[in-house]
Design a protein around this ligand. Structure first.
Ligand code: DUC
Ligand code: ZN
Ligand code: ZN
Length: 469
């Protein structure tokens, strides 16, 4: 079957132009000049989608999600079925989730468990990174095999002692292994040992409410860990990708490394661009628990948000992902009613990334092409999925979003599709709307209706990071 998307403005990371998109089966066949003889000929016999007045953009690529993650005494409330369907509603057609090796487990066995969770359940295409939670000789060897199979990135934690934490020696050994096999080291950069001291002291003082999560996870402990991770990456000669960066001081460390030509990259997430410690984490009663995530929301007095937007423009921040890790208030966030340390860390947002970053286009923080670059093209290249994903070009998968740049609407728990009993974005008015979504040529969202099926999404083996120098 052929499909022609006509009348729209096709946006790439390099710019935007009126063009018609011809799709043959699952792939883009050609971009055609509107009104050309070849476009007119292509229209005959094709399914025609009218995108007049709309933007035609590559499907979003969210390289940081945690579907069904067992964490904080519970499990993230979106499974692969509900979470990837919500992603599709929000214009994200590829996710890269985290398989988890826990202490005492074999990496291969853990990966098999996560593959089984996702297989046959996803609405959109998916890949995996591997969290290495137990750095042993065997784990290190298994990393090489995983790279051969398309799991080309490995996440380590400098936070969460006793859960996912790796010490500096373990980090260095993992980096040395990655230097040999070409894998990308993704780092949760917070000094978890110091944070736990401050958290215990706060609790002993009787400071038990959600905002204390933000007070104890100090920006210095993010920037110190970011600096340390960069130095270890230099010694280990491995490429490094800092996840969910929120503090301007941590961004400075990344900028210094990049100025020195290191293979150091970083992402931030919408919550850090729009939410703050004072306005969200410090909400009255227990409401701030909805905003407990790590790294934490930062103080708006310190202008982190402006610096993050600047970093997105300068490319010191190359990717926007969500760190989608949803928990319901009831029975999940509530685990920490009397102790902020027991609130499961995470915010659900896989559905809202494209819209929230598009708001930056509306306010002039970034341009239209940069929106596509941050949300689709660069994440695809960073994680070895380009040009199959992240661009509308001949031969690419026909993962395409038809986006209404002018529609005004309000985000609410009543209209989102994530499996959550609240929305961190409740009441946020946005301009811009995902009207139609195609995944590998098939229309899966259109006109307020979900037309896809469970299991439409396929596993994506990935090549190495495509930015390494
Ligand atoms: N941070 C979160 O907020 N949730 C999941 C794990 C993490 O590092
Ligand atoms: Zn993390
Ligand atoms: Zn995460």
């Amino acid at each position: 079957m052929t499909t022609l998307i006509k009348g729209g403005t096709v946006v790439a990371s390099t710019g935007a132009a009126l063009a018609e998109v011809l799709i043959d089966g699952e792939q883009v066949a050609a971009l055609l000049q509107p009104g050309s003889a070849i476009a007119t000929a292509a229209e005959a016999g094709a399914q025609v989608i009218d995108a007049s007045g709309k933007l035609v953009v590559p499907g979003g690529v969210d390289v940081h999600t945690h579907m069904e993650l067992p964490f904080g005494g519970t499990e993230a409330s979106d499974d692969f079925e509900s979470g990837t369907r919500a992603a599709a509603w929000g214009g994200t057609t590829t996710i890269v989730d985290f398989a988890v090796q826990r202490y005492g487990e074999a990496v291969r066995d853990s990966l098999d468990v996560w593959m089984a969770k996702a297989e046959g359940n996803c609405a959109v295409d998916y890949g995996f990174h591997m969290i290495i939670g137990d750095v042993t000789n065997d784990s290190l060897k298994e990393m090489d095999l995983l790279v051969d199979e398309g799991i080309t990135s490995f996440k380590l934690f400098m936070a969460y002692p006793g859960v996912f934490y790796s010490d500096d020696g373990q980090i260095l050994r993992t980096m040395q292994q990655a230097a040999g096999n070409g894998g990308l080291i993704m780092m949760h950069a917070e000094n978890g040992l110091a944070i736990d001291v401050l958290a215990e002291q706060a609790f002993e003082r009787g400071d038990t409410s959600p905002v204390n999560h933000g007070y104890v996870r100090r920006k210095e402990l993010e920037s110190e860990a970011t600096h340390r991770a960069i130095q270890l990456a230099k010694v280990g000669a491995a490429p490094l990708y800092i996840v969910h960066l929120s503090a301007r001081e941590a961004l400075e460390q990344v900028a210094i490394a990049r100025d020195r030509d290191m293979n150091v990259f970083a992402e931030t997430c919408p919550q850090y661009l729009y939410f703050s410690l004072e306005e969200h984490l410090d909400r009255s009663g227990f409401d701030g628990a909805a905003y407990v995530c790590s790294t934490p929301l930062r103080s708006h007095h310190e202008h982190h948000q402006q610096e993050l937007w600047r970093g997105l423009r300068s490319n010191d921040l190359a990717v926007v992902s969500t760190d989608h890790c949803p928990f319901c208030m009831k029975e999940q966030k509530e685990l920490g009613l009397d102790d902020f340390r027991a609130i499961p860390n995470g915010i659900g947002g896989v559905e809202h990334r494209m819209d929230m970053i598009y708001q930056g286009v509306r306010t002039g923080e970034i341009g239209l092409a940069r929106w596509v670059e941050l949300c689709a093209t660069t994440p695809a290249r960073m994680m070895g999925l380009y040009p199959r994903k992240g661009i509308i070009a001949a031969g690419s998968d026909a993962d395409i979003v038809i986006y209404d740049p002018d529609k005004v609407w309000t985000i609410s728990v009543d209209n989102h599709h994530m499996n959550m009993d609240h929305s961190a974005y409740e009441g946020v008015e946005v301009t811009g709307h995902v009207d139609t979504v195609l995944s590998r040529g098939k229309v899966i969202v259109d006109n307020g209706q979900y037309l896809g099926r469970k299991g439409d999404g396929r596993y994506l083996p990935r090549s190495l990071c495509q930015y390494l120098q």
